[in-house]
Design a protein around this ligand. Structure first.
Ligand code: TXA
Ligand code: MG
Length: 341
């Protein structure tokens, strides 16, 4: 059931639910998480089961403050401490060496742990209250079935897991795409997952150049940990998603009716308006894609879900500009577009 996340009683009930080893839909500033006590292995097992996610895929552990790192990480390199000082609470996850014996199931058995301190006031309130009850950290992957689009509203979470799950409603997520992930276990900072924080901003804050993981450079990365977010097909809507430039969109539209069933429906999401032939107007809908990367990230997953809800068969998205501010959106769209069915 969905409850008002600003209600202190709902927050207290959520903290107690975590302490009892139950699952919870929790708003954060990036996307909604499916939360459980990170140090309770059977609670963590419920997350993997509910998501249908392989249990060796590590989860992010959410902590109430920078001090919350200490029980989980055996070492915090200097550059990681600077990133924490600059961006926490906020949409940044750091991979740090894990203290032996803690949160092993949440970490998918790896000797590292992903840690993040979210800024959303509801997440903050629940994390602080749970900590007071002895819950040191809260494991929370995005609250979607494995491989599907991440949820950015409470209704999305309820749609994924049904009415029996307690979901705190914290409104639509500000950021809209998942946190930026920086691996701090390799001696130098390595970007594993782009988000709204640009590599330049991260490098400036930590005083050294943040490297791009080989996977982000389009290569196979033998050192990369197992990660659902790094699988090729991820964040996919049900409709087939295609990425193309605006010109290509206009020319493809001419051919499209000859390649699909007469009942097929198409959604266009573009920054440049596309001329839709009148004969196709009843089958092709067009939505303006925000011209600003931050606004686009905010809308991205909700828009893909809305297109799915409208039952479109294909979604054509105008390729984002090749600029660092767009890297998070480009990454999610590339993955959504790789799923061919
Ligand atoms: O914004 C976010 O990060 C959201 C909200 C709920 O906080 N959470 C999220 O979690 O996106 P999830 O589980 O959907 O994505 C977690 C990513 C995965 O790609 C996982 O592989 C990576 O974080 N990760 C977590 N722990 C890791 C570790 N120890 N080593 C390497 N990657 C790790
Ligand atoms: Mg996810």
């Amino acid at each position: 059931m969905i409850q008002d996340g600003a209600d202190p009683q709902a927050q207290a009930a959520a903290a107690h639910a975590l302490q009892r080893g139950e699952l919870l839909g929790l708003p954060t500033e990036t996307v909604y998480g499916l939360a459980a006590d990170a140090c309770n292995d059977s609670a963590v097992a419920k997350i993997f089961a509910a998501k249908g996610r392989p249990s060796e895929h590590p989860l992010i552990v959410h902590v109430a403050s920078a001090q919350g790192v200490t029980p989980f990480a055996s070492e915090v390199p200097d550059f990681a401490a600077r990133l924490i000082a600059a961006f926490w609470p906020g949409p940044l996850t750091l991979i740090l060496p894990r203290r032996p014996g803690i949160a092993a199931a949440a970490a998918g058995g790896q000797d590292s742990v992903g840690l993040r301190c979210p800024s959303h006031p509801v997440a903050q309130a629940v994390l602080q209250q749970a900590q007071a009850l002895g819950v040191l950290g809260v494991a929370a992957p995005s609250a979607n079935a494995f491989g599907r689009v991440s949820p950015t509203t409470a209704a999305h979470v309820a749609g994924e897991f049904g009415a029996s799950l307690l979901v705190l409603d914290g409104g639509a997520c500000d950021v809209g795409i998942e946190s930026t992930i920086v691996d701090c276990t390799r001696g130098v900072p390595v970007l594993l997952r782009p988000g709204v924080l640009t590599p330049q901003a991260l490098s400036a804050a930590c005083g050294q150049e943040v490297q791009l993981s080989a996977a982000l450079q389009g290569q196979l990365d033998p050192q990369a940990p197992r990660a659902s977010g790094t699988l090729a097909a991820h964040y996919a809507p049900r409709a087939q998603l295609r990425l193309m430039d605006a010109q290509h969109m206009a020319t493809q539209l001419q051919d499209w009716p000859h390649t699909v069933a007469v009942s097929a429906k198409l959604a266009l999401w573009a920054r440049t308006p596309v001329a839709v032939p009148t004969a196709l107007a009843h089958r092709v809908q067009q939505h303006a894609m925000p011209a600003d990367a931050v606004a686009c990230a905010h809308d991205l997953f909700a828009q893909l879900r809305a297109f799915d809800d409208q039952g479109v068969d294909e979604i054509w998205v105008q390729s984002p500009p090749v600029e660092s501010a767009w890297e998070g959106v480009r990454d999610r769209l590339r993955r959504a577009a790789t799923l061919v069915r």
